[in-house]
Ligand binder design. Sequence first.
Ligand SMILES: Nc1ncnc2c1ncn2[C@@H]1O[C@H](COP(=O)(O)OP(=O)(O)O)[C@@H](O)[C@H]1O
Ligand SMILES: [Mg+2]
Length: 405
Amino acid sequence: MNVVFLSPGFPAEMPYFTRGLAQVGAKVFGVGDQPAAALAPEARESLTDYLQVRNLGDEDGVVQQVTQWLRGRSVDRVESLWETQMLLAARLRETFRVPGMTVAQTVPFRDKEAMKQVVERAGLRVPHHGRARTSAEAWAVVERVGYPAIVKPIAGAGSKDTWRCNDKDEFAAALQKTRHVDELSVEEYIDGEELTFDTVCAGGRMLYHNVAWYRPKPMILAQSPWISMQNICLRDTSIPMARPGVELGGKVLQALGFTDGFTHMEWFLTAKGEAVFGEIGARAAGARLVHAMNYASDLDLFRGWASATCHGHLGQEVNRKYNASMVFKRAQGDGIVRRYEGLQQLMAKYGQHVANLELTPIGQPKRDWKKVVVGDGWIVVRHPDLQFTLEMSERFVTDLRVVAE
Ligand SMILES: Nc1ncnc2c1ncn2[C@@H]1O[C@H](COP(=O)(O)OP(=O)(O)O)[C@@H](O)[C@H]1O
Ligand SMILES: [Mg+2]
């Protein structure tokens, strides 16, 4: 099976998906903007061929270059798991007439307004919302949705330019701060916990699903440099905290007509226990969440996705063994990482439940958490019991200090 895979080297998870494709027997034809020599070894060693294009954003140009490059070879799949390349992948599929999502099916996964309209039409709960190209339009929408409200870019990512507004003054300030954004989404602010619902599907069947709990909310994290993020994959997705999202998520996939591949949905759990839709991507979660899912069930979902995509099954049995909490640390202070405080005690107490521990090595500069998602540390703790997992996770947040000076 010949698979064209876009951007096999970036973001950080893509080399593993590339390797997964090769492991399940596919010939992988990579297309990216990096030089071949810059690709991570997992990607380089798994590719049958690689085409470096000048600019992945130039869709017409890429379609033309790929067509020339592949002349005489058959194409069975065109895949991408990077948000910005979803539409390009769909165009290539249409060009080569291969199965998978078309441009029309992809648009509602990219445009947050179109997305919410489809989900809303299916009778599912989304925040009251509206699109705004001008300040007058924004005021008209907030009039309708009320306060507190959220202002964010319609094609946003990583909580960039996202603001909560409690009243008119804050709303006016948020409009000032987002003047450089072409198009805004103005929404009702949903109070509650924020979780994900992730799936791998094939032929319309859900082969794998996951619910992860963000602590704190991504928006808060993006605005607070000192917070360590916790992302907890829940072992039991039938608990009251997870079930509403699983139910909502299944219906959202149906409404969007999604059948094959990875999905990553975000949703809110209100105090009343109601699930409210946030957003969804037709791709795998970023920020190492796939690694965390793997740790929760001792799976290789990089290969599992590849198997689902090429063969229609996961090729692995899913045993939901652990809750897995992933903690990203941000070093305290500035400059060079000099020491780790509290690590020995934590390892003495919880070491056997630590599935992964990577900290910025002593002597290296503190990392810029706005550029490096894991910041100065990436820790995974896991245990079948949720309370115990949360307790351990919290300890790594508060008792472990990566100190830069
Ligand atoms: N309607 C909303 N109510 C409450 N919080 C929201 C709302 N919309 C966005 N947020 C917060 O902002 C973050 C970023 O928004 P999101 O729509 O997920 O965009 P992206 O992840 O693409 O930047 C969310 O993870 C959440 O913390
Ligand atoms: Mg989001």
